[in-house]
Design a protein around this ligand. Structure first.
Ligand SMILES: Cc1cc2nc3c(=O)[nH]c(=O)nc-3n(C[C@H](O)[C@H](O)[C@H](O)COP(=O)(O)OP(=O)(O)OC[C@H]3O[C@@H](n4cnc5c(N)ncnc54)[C@H](O)[C@@H]3O)c2cc1C
Length: 348
């Protein structure tokens, strides 16, 4: 290890910095520093960064664009790795299809632009969602009926225990709504390959470009686009709710949040529930992560008081010594929930 200064060191192929502010590296614009921080540009640098963490017994936290992450005001102990692998390539897949491969650090927006420039369509359904490829695969990015897992055919992942790269297919990820094998915290996505469609004509391409503009316009009207993590709470699973609307289980968390009337009203410090969407918390000035947690806890308590269920976060909570929100009740066999909220536990 070659120490260059108190703030920077070189370990094998990668530059590692210490005490790096993370507030400008996430969409809430809050949170404390990373003890160690590294932005590997290649798979080799990524392997070296992981080896550094193991050698120094540092816990690894992965960060993409920070669009779905709330970082503790105390920061993150250990090593934060933000993969910046930015390569994109494609190959013709024969009849009507093509395969586009993108590094974990490519933004979805750049990937869609690249696809259009090379006459490839499909991924524009995720237009306007801030995300790296790594973060998108982690959560199985979704918008209305589209899931990223419908496009992903294979990927390269790094096993953080063995330090080895592994080629995997779609089934390896065990994708579900908001979930994938990456949630086990043992692998880093290095790159992913998506099956897309070849544009048959200029008309196809114009149509897809129009669709992208329309989605972005629609999103701008419906959702706040900055200083938020998008939906803070995930939708409920069917077995978590009893309430029905038109004969169907009401799993949509925004349904309950709309009913408790917090939209544009509930505020702690400079954190408040968006006036556009009841499930989005926005930093309207100089909120801290504690303010955001304060709003989220009140939302949980109000939904619980009114409906007996407790929304759970979709947003990743990182660096908190104790779990800062209220956990779900344990389910009973009838699917109903009872008892007192469980507040113990750790975050990532
Ligand atoms: C305005 C706004 C609108 C949004 N709208 C939507 C929407 O419509 N649909 C939707 O699904 N989401 C939406 N989101 C949430 C967010 O955009 C997605 O979750 C996105 O995929 C996060 O990507 P990221 O790169 O910012 O990930 P981060 O927030 O940086 O990380 C999220 C998780 O991914 C993990 N991760 C990141 N990179 C890797 C990697 N290389 N390997 C393994 N794990 C990794 C991290 O460890 C972390 O647990 C929205 C967010 C905002 C701010």
């Amino acid at each position: 290890m070659n120490v260059q200064s108190a703030q920077q060191l070189i370990y094998e192929s990668c530059l590692i910095e210490s005490s790096v502010s993370l507030a400008d590296k996430n969409w809430f614009g809050t949170g404390g520093p990373a003890e160690y921080f590294c932005e590997p540009l290649s798979a080799i640098e990524l392997q070296d960064a992981v080896r550094f963490a193991h050698t120094h017994a540092k816990k690894i936290t992965l960060l993409g664009k920070g669009a779905n992450t709330l970082i503790s005001d105390d920061g993150i102990e250990g090593m934060v790795i933000s993969p910046q692998l930015k390569e994109i390539s494609f190959r013709d897949g024969g009849d009507a299809v093509a395969f586009v491969t993108a590094g974990a650090g490519v933004s979805l927006d750049d990937l869609i632009t690249y696809c259009f420039a090379n006459n490839m369509l499909g991924l524009e359904e995720f237009s306007g969602i801030p995300s790296s490829v790594g973060g998108a695969v982690y959560i199985n990015l979704h918008y209305f009926e589209f899931l990223l897992s419908q496009f992903l055919v294979r990927a390269t992942v790094l096993d953080m225990q063995s330090g080895q790269l592994q080629e995997v297919d779609n089934s390896w990820f065990a994708f579900g709504y908001n979930t994938s094998t990456l949630h086990n915290g043992q692998h880093v996505l290095v790159d992913a390959t998506f099956r897309v469609y070849k544009a048959d004509s200029a008309h196809d391409l114009f149509y897809a470009q129009g669709r992208r503009d329309e989605i972005i316009r629609h999103r701008e009207k419906r959702y706040p686009s900055r200083n938020t993590c998008g939906s803070f709470f995930r939708n409920f699973h069917e077995d978590e709710v009893q309430h029905e609307v038109n004969g169907r289980k009401a799993i949509w968390v925004a349904y309950y949040l709309d009913k408790i009337g917090v939209k544009g009203e509930l505020r702690v410090g400079d954190a408040m529930v968006s006036h556009q969407h009841a499930n989005m918390i926005v930093n309207v000035g100089s909120a801290t992560s504690s303010d955001i947690i304060g709003v989220a806890r009140q939302m949980q308590k109000l939904v619980h008081k009114e409906f007996g269920i407790i929304p759970q976060p979709e947003c990743r909570l990182v660096g908190f010594k104790d779990y800062p929100l209220i956990r779900s009740f344990p389910s009973t066999s009838s699917g109903r929930t009872e008892g007192v909220p469980v507040e113990r536990g750790k975050t990532e």
